[in-house]
Design a protein around this ligand. Structure first.
Ligand SMILES: NC(=O)NCCC(=O)O
Ligand SMILES: [Zn+2]
Ligand SMILES: [Zn+2]
Length: 449
């Protein structure tokens, strides 16, 4: 996959030491990869891991970081973000600098964002996103969204794969009249992905039925944020997931389902995988950690901060998604980080359809997966590395340069102190948004290199 390296060190955003300009020895920590963990030292030079061995000796010119009692792990890779994304006549407030600063502060050292085409043009869309990304302070990659299909898009998909290093294409089955594609277009797109060896991704909700559900809520006089959840229930996510899986099966090409939020969608993925179909399921941290109760809060600012699509589901879905992550039905965790501040969300005070969709998570993902899954004993530390970093690197073809602590890999490293604790809140987070859906949850102090 395309990925771009930021030209400045992470120290410039106050998140750690720039490993690109320093010789470093990280000493005595538990080095964790997806396949193995051991107590070892990690020697880094010019931003690359040179050696991983116990008891390394180095010269006086090397900065030594004592990692005794800590976990030394590959930096998180977030497969799903929307920085500076335009929606409903506004733009998400975290751009490629503030969103990445937040990511680094939370132990994520790379993310993959979605290029939105300009009037259907992939080339114009990529140009716009390359401009947005100029202010980057860490590595990133791009997926490409497909909103129309014709000979030009077909040709440009090939250019993306062969010249631009973008080999994942996303199809929205929701957001009718804006980004949504119909089955005919999805089929064309799936066939083109297959012929290019690219990976098709779907936002799986039945957009026509969501549109109908929204009208129904407004007719009933339900205009608040709870109407958002009520208008697009899990069965519409299950239907679209099943449809996309079957069409991908019909074309015989792999499918990646983004932000799996419900048991209904997860069970479709489980069934397909059991039958041998290559389907990848990505839960996001909001779906794993939250339930929909916040959407019923009587305070609009509080309730609207939880509005995202597919919606955060009723209690029970999150635990089922956690179980699916631990037993391998779902493979990697994203965030869908797409933040709007409370003033922007207030555009929908009289009509939930006008609330810009999206929640935070780029800074909190690593903490919450640790807290929910490792601290609870549901997954091992090696599995933690797999679901937060390695699996993403493998799926998007950047492993082992990313997602591993082995000689030759990029020195995208985090050091996590399992004995520490801090409180997550909107006052101290690094994102530009003024609210946080994980307010009051706990994290572990993590240092990103
Ligand atoms: N998820 C969300 O609510 N906003 C971002 C766009 C998308 O991924 O659907
Ligand atoms: Zn989506
Ligand atoms: Zn998204």
């Amino acid at each position: 996959n395309q990925f771009c390296e930021a030209g400045i060190g992470y120290d410039e955003v106050g998140c750690g030491i720039s490993s690109s300009s320093t010789k470093l020895l990280i000493k005595g920590g538990t080095v964790v990869n997806a396949h193995h963990q051991e107590i070892a030292d990690v020697y880094v030079k010019d931003g690359i891991i040179v050696a991983v061995k116990p008891n390394l000796t180095v010269g006086d010119d090397v900065k030594v970081i004592d990692a005794t009692g800590k976990f030394v792990m590959p930096g998180g890779i977030d497969p799903h973000t929307h920085l500076a994304m335009e929606a409903l006549n506004t733009e998400s407030v975290d751009d490629f600098f503030s969103g990445q600063a937040a990511a680094l502060a939370g132990g994520t050292t790379m993310h993959i964002d979605f290029v939105i085409p300009v009037n259907g043009s992939l080339i114009a869309g990529l140009e716009a996103y390359e401009k947005k990304a100029k202010k980057s302070c860490m590595d990133y990659g791009f997926h490409m969204v497909i909103t129309k299909f014709d000979d030009i898009v077909s040709r440009d998909m090939e250019i993306m794969v062969k010249e631009k290093g973008i080999n994942s294409f996303k199809f929205f089955l929701a957001y009718k009249g804006v980004l949504m594609v119909n089955d005919e277009l999805l089929l064309e797109g799936l066939k083109r992905c297959k012929s290019l060896g690219a990976l098709a991704m779907v936002h799986a909700e039945n957009g026509d039925a969501v549109f109908e559900g929204q009208k129904r809520m407004i007719q009933l006089g339900i205009t608040g944020p709870e109407g958002h959840a009520l208008s697009r229930p899990p069965l519409l996510e299950g239907e679209a997931t099943a449809r996309a899986i079957r069409l991908a099966g019909f074309v015989n090409t792999p499918l990646y389902v983004v932000h799996v939020m419900s048991i209904d969608a997860m069970e479709e993925i489980a069934k397909a995988r059991k039958s041998g179909q290559r389907v990848i399921g990505e839960p996001v941290v909001s779906g794993l950690a939250l339930d929909d109760s916040g959407l019923w809060d009587s305070d609009f600012t509080t309730a609207s901060k939880y509005v995202m699509s597919p919606p955060i589901r009723a209690s029970g879905h999150g635990k089922a998604l956690q179980d699916a992550l631990s037993n391998g039905v779902l493979q990697l965790v994203g965030t869908d980080h797409c933040v709007f501040n409370s003033t922007q969300k207030a555009s929908g005070i009289d009509d939930f359809r006008k609330i810009p969709n999206g929640v935070n998570g780029i800074e909190e993902r690593m903490h919450l997966v640790w807290d929910l899954m490792v601290e609870s004993g549901q997954i091992s530390v090696t599995d933690y590395v797999r679901v937060t970093s390695t699996e993403c690197a493998r799926i998007f073809n950047i492993y082992p340069r990313k997602g591993a602590i082995i000689a030759g890999s990029d020195a995208d490293i985090i050091i996590l102190n399992p004995k520490s604790t801090f409180e997550i809140n909107a006052r101290s987070h690094h994102s530009r948004t003024d609210t946080n859906v994980y307010e009051g949850r706990r994290g572990k102090v993590t240092f990103s290199l």
